[in-house]
Design a protein around this ligand. Structure first.
Ligand SMILES: Cc1ncc(COP(=O)(O)O)c(C=O)c1O
Length: 416
């Protein structure tokens, strides 16, 4: 954990809003996750979900630990490779890829996950034209319901993700892939959602996936090199009970290991945690611009908003907050963002020590889906990021400037 005094200093040195990550915590969380599975099943690989936080320095830190990557765009693939993650440790999973993205995946020789046959056909013909056979897998839709926010539940049968197991839709996709020269199916993938605290839906999905792997072997003779169970392990924002990696592994591995008994080989187990690894390792520091009392509510107006941290507005997410250097003398306030929309409240009805202009509020558990989802809405430049290792903070991304806001724009000649 980063000391408050260091956070205050970093806010002074680099300004706010500022994302600060504890690199040592990221490494510790990666190791504890990997160990929970690897100690029970040796052929385990962690493919960190880059979408959670794609900052180059964080990826480099994870690459140095031997971590792989799950990427969902050409951009993430590019960054993961620049960070030093090996091609063979990257899987490209998104529901909609452009031809350019597929070409990049082929060039970089990463595994591509398809969620539909139409994309498979495009990819196979691109690979065939270049005389290559690409490694692919399919994402299947296991039709399980996980208790999470509807916007981040992805395993339901009406979801846009994956191929359904029902009606042999997924099986037929493998059959099709086997007929094509440009691709070789070597794995199967499922991801049921994010910020999940209970194991039941995971257990159900694993069981369905293993039955499917056995069917692939029996019906089509496909021996999988890997089975990818996706990400989704939740983190606690408000003291709610969540699974430790050990509990998570102990809950889902029995179904995985049972399924293996009916396979003739030992596939790799891929896992794609994002939030678990980086979420609790990051804070967002924001400064109090002004305070306001109304007959109905008290507002603390800060210099971050839903353009800096989207989760409260997007998912009604709770992020715990503290006022650095202050305690006691609490009052009930809404911590209001600086975006010009009434939905931009970063924390509702919070008991915080009485704040004054210039105070720094530390918003907890912002390492995942924080900066990664930030935008420049309202023309507020993207914030900067600091990585702390061994108690020393280093800038890993500079703050964008007002000139950056217009750097890629131009005024047509006729308007000059
Ligand atoms: C395919 C895939 N894998 C992994 C993840 C990571 O999920 P989480 O950050 O909840 O672990 C996601 C997130 O949506 C995803 O879509």
């Amino acid at each position: 954990m980063i000391e408050d005094t260091l956070l205050v200093q970093l806010a002074k040195d680099y300004g706010t809003p500022l994302y600060v990550y504890d690199g040592d915590e990221v490494v510790a969380r990666y190791n504890s996750f990997l160990k929970a599975f690897k100690s029970r099943y040796k052929k385990t690989k962690v493919m960190y979900a880059v979408k959670a936080n794609s900052s180059l320095a964080l990826l480099r830190l994870l690459a140095k630990q031997g971590c792989g990557a799950d990427v969902v765009s050409g951009g993430e693939l590019f960054i993961a490779r620049k960070a030093g993650i090996k091609s063979e440790d990257i899987i490209f999973t998104s529901s909609s890829k452009t031809v350019q993205e597929l070409e990049l995946a082929l060039e970089e020789d990463v595994i591509v996950t398809h969620g539909n046959v139409s994309e498979l056909l495009t990819f196979s013909s691109i690979a065939e034209e270049r005389g290559k056979t690409a490694r692919i897998c399919f994402r299947v839709n296991p039709d399980v319901s996980s208790k999470t926010h509807p916007k981040i539940a992805t395993g339901l049968k009406n979801s846009k993700f994956g191929l359904h197991l029902e009606g042999d839709i997924a099986l037929k996709a493998y059959e099709k892939a086997l007929e094509l020269n440009g691709v070789k199916p070597i794995g199967v993938h499922a991801h049921i959602g994010s910020q999940i605290h209970e194991s039941q839906a995971f257990e159900e999905a694993v069981s369905k996936l293993m039955d499917f792997a056995v069917m692939l072997k029996k019906e089509l003779g496909v021996e999988l090199d890997f089975i990818d169970l996706g990400g989704g392990l939740g983190i606690s924002h408000q003291g709610e009970k969540t699974l430790t990696p050990k509990e998570f592994a102990e809950a889902i591995l029995p179904n995985f290991l049972n399924g293996l008994e009916d396979l003739s080989n030992e596939p790799y187990l891929y896992l794609e945690p994002g939030r678990y690894i980086v979420g609790p390792a990051g804070v967002l520091l924001t400064k109090v611009n002004s305070v306001k009392k109304t007959p109905y509510k008290n507002f603390v107006n800060v210099d971050a908003g839903f353009n800096t941290l989207a989760r409260p507005t997007l998912y009604d997410a709770y992020h715990h907050m503290t006022v650095l250097g202050k305690s006691g003398n609490e009052e009930l306030v809404d911590v209001a963002g600086n975006v010009c929309e009434s939905g931009d409240i970063l924390g509702r009805d919070r008991s915080l020590p009485k704040t004054s202009v210039g105070d720094i509020i530390s918003i907890k558990d912002c390492g995942a889906y924080g900066f990664a989802m930030a935008s420049e809405y309202n023309s507020q430049p993207l914030p900067c990021e600091v990585l702390v290792r061994g108690g020393i903070g280093e800038l890993i991304r500079t703050r964008r400037s007002y000139s950056d806001l217009i750097a890629e724009q131009k005024i047509p000649e006729a308007l000059k």
